[in-house]
Each structure stands twice: as structure tokens, then as C-alpha cells.
Design a protein around this ligand. Sequence first.
Ligand code: SF4
Length: 393
Amino acid sequence: MAPADQTRKTASRDSSAAASGDSSAAASGSGDDIASRLLGWYDIHHRELPWRITPRQHARGVRPDPYRIWLSEVMLQQTTVEAVKTYFRAFVEKWPNVEALAAAPTEDVMKAWAGLGYYSRARNLKACADLVAGRGGRFPDTEAGLRDLPGIGAYTSAAITAIAFDQPAAVVDGNVERVISRLFSITTPLSEAKAVIRAHVERMMPGTRPGDFAQAMMDLGATICTPRRPRCMLCPLREDCSATVSGDPEHFPVRLPKADKPLRRGAAFVAVRGDGAILLRKRPERGLLGGMTEVPTTDWTARVDGATTEAAAPFPANWRPAGQIAHVFTHFVLELDVFRAEVNVAAPAGHFWSLAHEISGEALPTVMKKAIEAAIPGATKKPSPHYVKRPHD
Ligand code: SF4
């Protein structure tokens, strides 16, 4: 079939998209056709993930553990699957169910979370575990019920409803947005196309296996319909996809140009005692990296002035420059000048000495690990007591 014919065919089938005001072209298959092709592909090509049950298990009546699905989904909020696997295994080894997590000291949970980022999520994770354990250990099985719990928003509630309870729910993450944008050649910028994308997902959702459908969409986006060089020749939805007909699927999703992130600067001070201990302190509970551990730093400011030099050190010492590190936060880029000094003093108020073998177990966010590594290479790399290495890690 000539591309022009295909385009005509795709444009004639999706009346719901046209009715919604979507400026996109429409895919050729009905929702049922697409779901059936996708599920057939998923049965064979699904990813093996430590929190998942396989389609074969699902067919045998095995059901996922809502605790594991919830934990993985919270960890996956803006973090990659690969990064989450190790943390997930360590968490469930240490806290195999929601009651065990609820019984854990918050400090231990924060330490186990360190490195995953978004530390407010760790606090919400613990608060949610406390609440669910207090209600008998059962997670609600509806989107509305789940959304009432701490740290569970619209996306996570839909994902848990679909995956853990196999209930129909439109699960739309970045992978799904990309697949739908391409299937229907949605020309509206992604930030304004969310409702249209959701409507397409709802229309395509099958009457059975909504959980597998949600996971299949995610897997297709993660492994076939990738941001760069989508592997359209291997795609089960190739015949349904208008973007691949256009020859430029990477054009979708359409995005508005990004504004540059502002730059903030500061200084970090790594004080080392004779026995290798490092001086640390805890950040305030509220705010960025709340409750996490850090080396003493100045304020992080857009200004370049005296507040970002060794003049702002927590106490006088022979502070020597140890390099500069950068870290990208959601809303700004941080540059820290790192200083190091050998000292032998009692910890100032609000600070504590962490012994060399304890450093890797501290709740240090990545930016602080970078600062310490700049001053003392290898200091944070010793195996953490929270990390459990498996043969396939
Ligand atoms: S055919 Fe290509 S662009 Fe379309 S959904 Fe499949 S991988 Fe993505």
C-alpha cells in the first residue's frame, strides 16, 4: 500500500480523536485490535522485573503483591527501572511486607532510600506504610482510595489499580505518552496533549487484562518505541502507527522548547578527622533534601559573593580547595566549590562525626556523595549495609 493510501486509511478510523479536537492523524486499528496485538507481543517479549508476575503466571491465577507494586511504583517516580531494581531488592529483603516497613525506624528507611533522590517520597513512603499497616495491611483497590494515601498521586494510583488489582485504569507515563503521540501523530505539544493521550489510552483499553495492557504499553515504550531510533520494524503496532508512515517517528512527541535551568552556587566543606571520620549534619526536615545528611555547606545562591567561599566554613581550619562539583536538580543546577581540611576537634553543635566505614550507610543524597568524593575519592563507595548484591545485578 502506498503511504498516501495508508494515510487516508488512518485518517478515516478514529472519530473519537477528531471529536475531541485532537489535531493528530489517527491510527488504523480499532482499540481492540491494538490491544490484542500489544498483548500478544507482551506475552512473549515482556520485561522480567523483580516486582512483576509474568503473563504466564497471571494466566495461572497468580496475582501480584500490592505492597511490591506500590513500592516499585513509588521508587519509579522519575527514576529509571535499572536504578530501581537494586533498591527494590534491598527494600523487600529488609522489609518484606508493609507491616515490616511500618515498624522500621524512619532513619533506616531514609538511609536505604539515599541515592534514589526525591527524599520527600521516602518520607511519604514511610507515612503511607504506617497508615496501611494501621488499617490491617491491605491497600485500597480503587484509584480514589489509593489517592487518599500519602505520596500517591493520579499516575501512581492508576498504575497500582491496574497492575496490582487488574482493574481498568488509564496508566500514562512518559513511555505511554511517546507511544500514543506516535501512533496518532499528535502535533499538539505534549504539555497540552495530556487529556487527548489519556482519552486514546482509555479507548484502547481491553475488557480483560487491563494490568497486562498497562505494562505492555510501558514495555513497548521502553524497549521498542524508544525516544531515539524506535525499532518500528519489530513493533507489533507498526500497521496501526501513523508516525512510522510519515518516516519521522522521532518527531513525536512534540515538545515546547525548554527554558534553561538557573544556576546556583555554594561551597561544601569536608572536614576529615585523623581516624578518617567525616563531619556531617542533618538537613532540616522540610525543604529540598529534607531530613537527609550532608557535609556543612553554605547557602546555595544565584549570587557569586563571599558567602560561597571558604570564608563561610563552619569553623576555622586549613581549608584547601578540592575541586568543584555540579548537580542538576529539577528546577536548578548547583555548582559547589569543595574544600577539605584535616581537623581534630569535637563536632560543633548540630554536627556529628561519621566513621569511615559508616559513610556509605549514611543518608547522603547524590550531590553530597559527589562533594565527599571530590575531597576523598572512594569514601562513599564502600558497600552499604542496605545493598544486597545478587548474581544478576
Ligand atoms: S511503529 Fe515505531 S513509532 Fe510507531 S509505535 Fe511502533 S515503534 Fe513507535
